[in-house]
Design a protein around this ligand. Sequence first.
Ligand code: BV8
Ligand code: ZN
Length: 245
Amino acid sequence: MISEQLIDILKNAKRVAVLTGAGVSAESGVPTFRGTDGLWKRFSPEELASFDAFMRNPELVWEWYQYRRSLIYDIKPNTGHYALAEMEDLFDDFILITQNVDGLHQVAGSKKIIELHGNIRRNKCSKCGEYYAEEIPVDKKEVPKCRCGGLIRPDVVWFGEMLPEDAINKAFYAARNSDLFFSVGTSGFVHPAAQLPITAKESKAYVVEINPDKTAITPYLDELLKGPSGKILPEIVKLLKLNNA
Ligand code: BV8
Ligand code: ZN
Protein backbone atom coordinates (compact mmCIF):
# COMPACT_ATOMS: atom_id res chain seq x y z
CA MET A 1 0.00 0.00 0.00
CA ILE A 2 1.51 3.38 -0.99
CA SER A 3 1.49 5.77 1.99
CA GLU A 4 0.03 9.29 1.87
CA GLN A 5 3.52 10.51 2.69
CA LEU A 6 4.99 8.78 -0.36
CA ILE A 7 2.18 10.06 -2.60
CA ASP A 8 3.02 13.58 -1.44
CA ILE A 9 6.73 13.03 -2.07
CA LEU A 10 6.01 11.55 -5.52
CA LYS A 11 4.00 14.68 -6.40
CA ASN A 12 6.84 17.03 -5.44
CA ALA A 13 9.90 14.98 -6.39
CA LYS A 14 12.16 16.70 -8.92
CA ARG A 15 15.32 14.53 -8.98
CA VAL A 16 14.64 10.78 -8.87
CA ALA A 17 17.12 7.88 -9.01
CA VAL A 18 16.34 4.18 -9.11
CA LEU A 19 18.73 1.30 -8.34
CA THR A 20 17.64 -2.09 -9.71
CA GLY A 21 18.87 -5.61 -9.03
CA ALA A 22 18.07 -9.09 -10.26
CA GLY A 23 14.62 -9.03 -8.60
CA VAL A 24 13.31 -6.67 -11.30
CA SER A 25 13.92 -9.40 -13.90
CA ALA A 26 12.57 -12.25 -11.74
CA GLU A 27 9.03 -11.89 -13.13
CA SER A 28 10.46 -12.19 -16.64
CA GLY A 29 11.80 -15.61 -15.66
CA VAL A 30 15.46 -14.64 -15.16
CA PRO A 31 16.73 -16.56 -12.10
CA THR A 32 18.05 -14.24 -9.36
CA PHE A 33 21.44 -14.78 -7.73
CA ARG A 34 20.59 -15.62 -4.15
CA GLY A 35 16.96 -16.69 -4.34
CA THR A 36 15.81 -20.31 -3.87
CA ASP A 37 16.05 -20.82 -7.65
CA GLY A 38 19.19 -18.67 -7.54
CA LEU A 39 21.95 -18.91 -10.09
CA TRP A 40 24.41 -19.26 -7.25
CA LYS A 41 22.66 -22.39 -5.89
CA ARG A 42 25.14 -24.75 -7.51
CA PHE A 43 28.12 -22.42 -7.80
CA SER A 44 29.26 -19.57 -5.57
CA PRO A 45 29.84 -16.19 -7.26
CA GLU A 46 33.59 -16.44 -6.71
CA GLU A 47 33.72 -19.84 -8.45
CA LEU A 48 32.35 -18.45 -11.68
CA ALA A 49 31.98 -14.67 -11.83
CA SER A 50 35.65 -13.79 -11.33
CA PHE A 51 38.69 -13.23 -13.54
CA ASP A 52 40.65 -15.92 -11.66
CA ALA A 53 37.87 -18.47 -12.30
CA PHE A 54 37.94 -17.54 -16.00
CA MET A 55 41.73 -17.86 -16.23
CA ARG A 56 41.63 -21.17 -14.28
CA ASN A 57 38.78 -22.69 -16.27
CA PRO A 58 37.74 -20.50 -19.22
CA GLU A 59 35.51 -23.21 -20.76
CA LEU A 60 33.43 -23.62 -17.55
CA VAL A 61 32.95 -19.87 -17.08
CA TRP A 62 32.27 -19.28 -20.80
CA GLU A 63 29.70 -22.12 -20.81
CA TRP A 64 27.94 -20.69 -17.74
CA TYR A 65 27.58 -17.32 -19.46
CA GLN A 66 26.42 -18.95 -22.70
CA TYR A 67 23.79 -20.81 -20.63
CA ARG A 68 22.66 -17.55 -18.99
CA ARG A 69 22.53 -15.80 -22.39
CA SER A 70 20.41 -18.64 -23.78
CA LEU A 71 17.97 -17.98 -20.90
CA ILE A 72 17.68 -14.24 -21.45
CA TYR A 73 17.66 -14.05 -25.24
CA ASP A 74 14.15 -15.56 -25.30
CA ILE A 75 12.94 -13.55 -22.34
CA LYS A 76 10.80 -10.38 -22.45
CA PRO A 77 10.81 -7.38 -20.12
CA ASN A 78 8.00 -7.39 -17.55
CA THR A 79 5.59 -4.65 -16.41
CA GLY A 80 8.20 -3.43 -13.93
CA HIS A 81 10.76 -2.77 -16.68
CA TYR A 82 8.15 -0.94 -18.78
CA ALA A 83 7.02 1.15 -15.79
CA LEU A 84 10.63 2.24 -15.18
CA ALA A 85 10.98 3.19 -18.86
CA GLU A 86 7.82 5.34 -18.52
CA MET A 87 9.07 6.96 -15.31
CA GLU A 88 11.89 8.65 -17.24
CA ASP A 89 9.50 11.28 -18.61
CA LEU A 90 7.43 11.75 -15.44
CA PHE A 91 10.11 13.62 -13.47
CA ASP A 92 12.28 16.65 -14.27
CA ASP A 93 15.42 14.65 -13.60
CA PHE A 94 15.48 10.82 -13.65
CA ILE A 95 18.21 8.21 -13.78
CA LEU A 96 18.07 4.40 -13.69
CA ILE A 97 21.11 2.70 -12.17
CA THR A 98 21.15 -1.04 -12.75
CA GLN A 99 23.25 -3.89 -11.37
CA ASN A 100 21.62 -6.19 -13.89
CA VAL A 101 23.56 -7.45 -16.88
CA ASP A 102 20.54 -8.84 -18.80
CA GLY A 103 19.89 -5.71 -20.88
CA LEU A 104 16.11 -5.96 -20.30
CA HIS A 105 15.79 -2.30 -19.22
CA GLN A 106 17.06 -1.20 -22.63
CA VAL A 107 14.75 -3.68 -24.39
CA ALA A 108 11.83 -2.12 -22.43
CA GLY A 109 12.82 1.35 -23.69
CA SER A 110 14.87 2.84 -20.81
CA LYS A 111 17.36 5.38 -22.19
CA LYS A 112 18.62 7.21 -19.10
CA ILE A 113 20.49 4.24 -17.69
CA ILE A 114 23.79 3.49 -15.93
CA GLU A 115 25.03 -0.13 -16.18
CA LEU A 116 27.13 -0.72 -13.06
CA HIS A 117 28.09 -4.32 -13.81
CA GLY A 118 28.27 -4.33 -17.61
CA ASN A 119 26.03 -6.24 -20.01
CA ILE A 120 26.02 -9.99 -20.69
CA ARG A 121 24.93 -9.35 -24.31
CA ARG A 122 28.35 -7.76 -25.01
CA ASN A 123 31.76 -9.50 -25.13
CA LYS A 124 35.27 -8.11 -25.05
CA CYS A 125 38.82 -9.40 -25.35
CA SER A 126 40.35 -10.23 -21.94
CA LYS A 127 43.75 -9.13 -23.28
CA CYS A 128 43.38 -6.05 -25.53
CA GLY A 129 39.86 -5.05 -24.44
CA GLU A 130 38.45 -4.96 -27.99
CA TYR A 131 34.62 -5.15 -27.94
CA TYR A 132 32.70 -7.85 -29.79
CA ALA A 133 29.00 -7.30 -30.48
CA GLU A 134 26.45 -10.09 -30.21
CA GLU A 135 27.86 -11.85 -33.26
CA ILE A 136 28.97 -14.82 -31.10
CA PRO A 137 26.15 -17.46 -31.23
CA VAL A 138 25.05 -18.69 -27.78
CA ASP A 139 25.66 -22.32 -28.72
CA LYS A 140 29.37 -21.73 -29.34
CA LYS A 141 31.00 -23.98 -26.72
CA GLU A 142 34.66 -23.14 -27.34
CA VAL A 143 35.96 -19.92 -25.83
CA PRO A 144 36.45 -17.63 -28.84
CA LYS A 145 39.79 -15.93 -29.41
CA CYS A 146 40.42 -12.32 -30.30
CA ARG A 147 42.52 -11.24 -33.29
CA CYS A 148 45.29 -10.52 -30.76
CA GLY A 149 45.15 -14.09 -29.46
CA GLY A 150 43.47 -13.14 -26.17
CA LEU A 151 40.45 -15.05 -24.85
CA ILE A 152 37.10 -13.33 -25.39
CA ARG A 153 35.01 -12.84 -22.22
CA PRO A 154 31.57 -11.44 -21.34
CA ASP A 155 31.63 -7.65 -20.87
CA VAL A 156 30.48 -7.87 -17.24
CA VAL A 157 32.18 -6.74 -14.01
CA TRP A 158 33.44 -9.78 -12.12
CA PHE A 159 33.95 -10.02 -8.37
CA GLY A 160 37.26 -8.41 -7.48
CA GLU A 161 37.09 -6.16 -10.57
CA MET A 162 36.57 -2.41 -10.43
CA LEU A 163 33.27 -1.04 -11.73
CA PRO A 164 33.48 1.27 -14.76
CA GLU A 165 34.70 4.54 -13.23
CA ASP A 166 32.29 6.77 -15.15
CA ALA A 167 29.32 4.55 -14.17
CA ILE A 168 30.10 4.45 -10.45
CA ASN A 169 30.89 8.17 -10.27
CA LYS A 170 27.61 9.08 -11.99
CA ALA A 171 25.70 6.65 -9.77
CA PHE A 172 27.06 8.13 -6.53
CA TYR A 173 26.48 11.66 -7.85
CA ALA A 174 22.83 10.69 -8.49
CA ALA A 175 22.50 9.13 -5.02
CA ARG A 176 23.87 12.30 -3.39
CA ASN A 177 21.66 14.64 -5.41
CA SER A 178 18.31 12.89 -5.59
CA ASP A 179 15.31 13.86 -3.48
CA LEU A 180 13.67 10.48 -4.04
CA PHE A 181 15.63 7.21 -4.39
CA PHE A 182 14.17 3.77 -5.11
CA SER A 183 16.03 0.49 -4.38
CA VAL A 184 14.20 -2.17 -6.38
CA GLY A 185 14.75 -5.95 -6.44
CA THR A 186 18.17 -6.03 -4.85
CA SER A 187 19.29 -7.95 -1.75
CA GLY A 188 21.81 -5.23 -0.94
CA PHE A 189 24.74 -7.65 -0.62
CA VAL A 190 26.99 -6.59 -3.47
CA HIS A 191 29.23 -3.57 -3.01
CA PRO A 192 29.76 -0.83 -3.94
CA ALA A 193 26.21 -0.83 -5.49
CA ALA A 194 24.60 -1.62 -2.12
CA GLN A 195 26.08 1.61 -0.74
CA LEU A 196 24.03 3.76 -3.13
CA PRO A 197 20.67 3.71 -1.25
CA ILE A 198 22.53 4.38 2.02
CA THR A 199 24.35 7.32 0.47
CA ALA A 200 21.03 8.65 -0.84
CA LYS A 201 19.55 8.40 2.65
CA GLU A 202 22.58 10.16 4.16
CA SER A 203 22.13 12.88 1.55
CA LYS A 204 18.56 13.52 2.73
CA ALA A 205 16.73 11.70 -0.08
CA TYR A 206 13.54 9.83 0.78
CA VAL A 207 14.55 6.20 0.12
CA VAL A 208 11.95 3.62 -0.81
CA GLU A 209 12.66 -0.10 -1.21
CA ILE A 210 10.51 -2.35 -3.42
CA ASN A 211 10.99 -6.02 -2.60
CA PRO A 212 8.79 -8.97 -1.52
CA ASP A 213 11.19 -9.48 1.40
CA LYS A 214 13.21 -7.43 3.85
CA THR A 215 16.85 -7.08 2.81
CA ALA A 216 20.24 -6.25 4.31
CA ILE A 217 19.57 -2.53 3.75
CA THR A 218 15.88 -2.30 4.76
CA PRO A 219 16.72 -1.02 8.28
CA TYR A 220 18.58 1.96 6.82
CA LEU A 221 15.83 3.11 4.45
CA ASP A 222 12.60 5.12 4.86
CA GLU A 223 9.97 2.75 3.51
CA LEU A 224 9.63 -0.83 2.25
CA LEU A 225 6.87 -1.45 -0.27
CA LYS A 226 6.51 -5.21 0.17
CA GLY A 227 5.69 -6.96 -3.08
CA PRO A 228 6.79 -7.72 -6.62
CA SER A 229 8.20 -4.80 -8.60
CA GLY A 230 6.11 -5.89 -11.61
CA LYS A 231 3.01 -4.96 -9.61
CA ILE A 232 4.18 -2.00 -7.49
CA LEU A 233 6.05 0.01 -10.13
CA PRO A 234 3.02 0.23 -12.49
CA GLU A 235 0.91 1.40 -9.48
CA ILE A 236 3.41 4.20 -8.87
CA VAL A 237 3.38 5.21 -12.55
CA LYS A 238 -0.45 5.24 -12.51
CA LEU A 239 -0.41 7.60 -9.49
CA LEU A 240 2.13 9.86 -11.17
CA LYS A 241 0.09 10.08 -14.38
CA LEU A 242 -3.07 10.88 -12.39
CA ASN A 243 -1.18 13.64 -10.65
CA ASN A 244 0.35 15.00 -13.88
CA ALA A 245 -2.99 14.92 -15.70
C1 BV8 B 1 34.76 -4.23 -6.28
C2 BV8 B 1 28.10 -9.29 -13.01
C3 BV8 B 1 36.80 -3.18 -5.75
C4 BV8 B 1 28.62 -10.67 -13.19
C5 BV8 B 1 27.99 -8.95 -10.59
C6 BV8 B 1 33.17 -8.15 1.80
C7 BV8 B 1 32.25 -7.16 2.16
C8 BV8 B 1 31.78 -6.24 1.26
C9 BV8 B 1 32.23 -6.28 -0.07
C10 BV8 B 1 33.12 -7.26 -0.43
C11 BV8 B 1 33.60 -8.19 0.48
N1 BV8 B 1 34.44 -9.02 -0.18
C12 BV8 B 1 34.53 -8.64 -1.48
C13 BV8 B 1 33.75 -7.57 -1.63
C14 BV8 B 1 33.52 -6.84 -2.85
C15 BV8 B 1 32.56 -7.59 -3.75
C16 BV8 B 1 31.26 -7.91 -3.06
O1 BV8 B 1 30.43 -7.05 -2.87
N2 BV8 B 1 31.08 -9.19 -2.68
C17 BV8 B 1 29.84 -9.59 -2.05
C18 BV8 B 1 29.44 -11.00 -2.53
C19 BV8 B 1 30.03 -9.52 -0.54
N3 BV8 B 1 32.31 -6.65 -4.81
C20 BV8 B 1 33.12 -6.65 -5.88
O2 BV8 B 1 34.02 -7.45 -6.06
C21 BV8 B 1 32.86 -5.54 -6.87
N4 BV8 B 1 34.12 -4.92 -7.21
O3 BV8 B 1 34.35 -4.07 -5.16
O4 BV8 B 1 35.98 -3.75 -6.73
C22 BV8 B 1 37.43 -4.34 -5.03
C23 BV8 B 1 38.38 -5.08 -5.72
C24 BV8 B 1 38.97 -6.15 -5.04
C25 BV8 B 1 38.59 -6.52 -3.73
C26 BV8 B 1 37.60 -5.77 -3.07
C27 BV8 B 1 37.02 -4.67 -3.72
C28 BV8 B 1 32.25 -6.10 -8.15
C29 BV8 B 1 30.84 -6.52 -7.88
C30 BV8 B 1 30.16 -6.87 -9.21
C31 BV8 B 1 30.00 -8.36 -9.32
N5 BV8 B 1 29.26 -8.68 -10.55
N6 BV8 B 1 27.36 -9.21 -11.74
C32 BV8 B 1 27.50 -11.64 -13.41
O5 BV8 B 1 26.33 -11.26 -13.32
O6 BV8 B 1 27.85 -12.81 -13.69
S1 BV8 B 1 27.12 -8.92 -9.17
C33 BV8 B 1 25.63 -9.73 -9.30
O7 BV8 B 1 25.01 -9.56 -8.02
C34 BV8 B 1 24.62 -9.14 -10.29
O8 BV8 B 1 25.04 -8.00 -10.97
C35 BV8 B 1 23.45 -8.79 -9.37
O9 BV8 B 1 22.68 -7.76 -9.80
C36 BV8 B 1 24.21 -8.41 -8.18
C37 BV8 B 1 23.52 -8.11 -6.92
O10 BV8 B 1 22.62 -9.12 -6.64
P1 BV8 B 1 21.07 -8.67 -6.64
O11 BV8 B 1 20.80 -7.93 -7.90
O12 BV8 B 1 20.77 -7.97 -5.37
O13 BV8 B 1 20.36 -10.05 -6.76
P2 BV8 B 1 20.00 -11.06 -5.56
O14 BV8 B 1 19.64 -12.37 -6.19
O15 BV8 B 1 21.07 -11.02 -4.52
O16 BV8 B 1 18.69 -10.43 -4.90
C38 BV8 B 1 17.49 -10.41 -5.63
C39 BV8 B 1 16.50 -9.60 -4.80
O17 BV8 B 1 15.30 -9.48 -5.55
C40 BV8 B 1 16.14 -10.28 -3.49
O18 BV8 B 1 16.17 -9.32 -2.44
C41 BV8 B 1 14.71 -10.75 -3.72
O19 BV8 B 1 13.92 -10.69 -2.53
C42 BV8 B 1 14.21 -9.73 -4.68
N7 BV8 B 1 13.11 -10.16 -5.56
C43 BV8 B 1 12.78 -11.41 -5.97
N8 BV8 B 1 11.68 -11.35 -6.76
C44 BV8 B 1 11.33 -10.03 -6.86
C45 BV8 B 1 12.24 -9.27 -6.09
N9 BV8 B 1 12.16 -7.93 -5.98
C46 BV8 B 1 11.16 -7.31 -6.63
N10 BV8 B 1 10.25 -7.96 -7.39
C47 BV8 B 1 10.30 -9.31 -7.52
N11 BV8 B 1 9.39 -9.96 -8.26
ZN1 ZN C 1 42.39 -8.86 -28.17
